[in-house]
Design a protein around this ligand. Structure first.
Ligand SMILES: [Zn+2]
Length: 245
């Protein structure tokens, strides 16, 4: 990906950061600074940092599940709208795609499950924040649950959409499953776009574009693959037989 830089290599996977990602702490740091000065700004930047560690762990969930099925992931790139694990193959066994897709949100469930008892032991899970650390952990818990819910929306090629496609592909042809999941994803992308516009949520509108184009690419790829399967391989020239008779 252009304009992205390697910041680490973990478990044989390059962790890259896209230059636009830096806009995120800058923007939220600036907004917080305007509202409450430098303390708020530091807190906001720290929160973004922790949030993206959770996003990174989510991507590693996908990558390591993929590795289990022999699908390599050379790199994970952090973008302002989230992380992208670049996998080098498409698992065409529905069960494998299902597991790889679920592995990401499952990591956020685990993070939330680790944070919940910590919050519970320090003064009740739902009793609201008291103290800075508690507030950050409280928000981190909510954001991880939010990531699970948002990612599981069946907006193919988001995780929930991949789960949807894999479930369909257990019953019908892979290409047809892709077309149904893809069109569903595009309809939901339209809804994201409208919702984002009405709320003034620029990020959601970006995600909508990302989902819409991603679904289009996946449908095109599935159609291409079906065309390849449909067309019998070209016959060898006639003299090819003659010489061997
Ligand atoms: Zn994911």
């Amino acid at each position: 990906m252009k304009w992205s830089y390697r910041i680490a290599r973990i478990a044989g996977i390059d962790v890259r950061i896209h230059i636009t990602f830096l806009l995120l702490p800058l923007y939220f740091g600036w907004v917080a600074w305007q509202a409450g000065g430098s303390t708020e700004a530091v807190r906001a930047v720290l929160f973004i940092f922790l949030l993206f560690i959770c996003v990174l762990l989510h991507e590693f969930g996908h990558a390591l599940a993929g590795r289990h099925y022999g699908v390599p992931t050379p790199d994970i790139t952090l973008l302002p709208i989230g992380g992208v694990a670049r996998m080098l193959a498409v698992p065409d066994k529905p069960k494998e795609e299902f597991v790889i897709a679920v592995a990401g949100p499952a990591v956020n469930v685990v993070i939330a499950a680790v944070l919940a008892p910590v919050l519970w032991l320090t003064g009740g899970l739902f009793s609201g924040p008291a103290g800075e650390t508690r507030e950050i952990l409280h928000n981190l818990l909510l954001v991880n649950l939010g990531l699970v819910v948002f990612n599981m929306i069946p907006a193919f090629p988001m995780d929930g959409g991949r789960v949807f496609r894999s479930l369909l592909a257990m019953k019908i042809r892979w290409t047809k499953a892709t077309r149904i999941a893809g069109r569903t994803g595009q309809v939901l992308a339209g809804a994201f776009c409208v919702g984002g516009f009405l709320q003034g949520n620029f990020m959601l509108m970006l995600i909508a574009i990302f989902v819409f184009n991603g679904a289009q690419d996946e449908i095109r790829f599935a159609n291409y693959r079906e065309d390849l399967e449909r067309q019998p391989p070209p016959l060898p020239p006639e003299d090819w037989f003659e010489r061997r008779m």
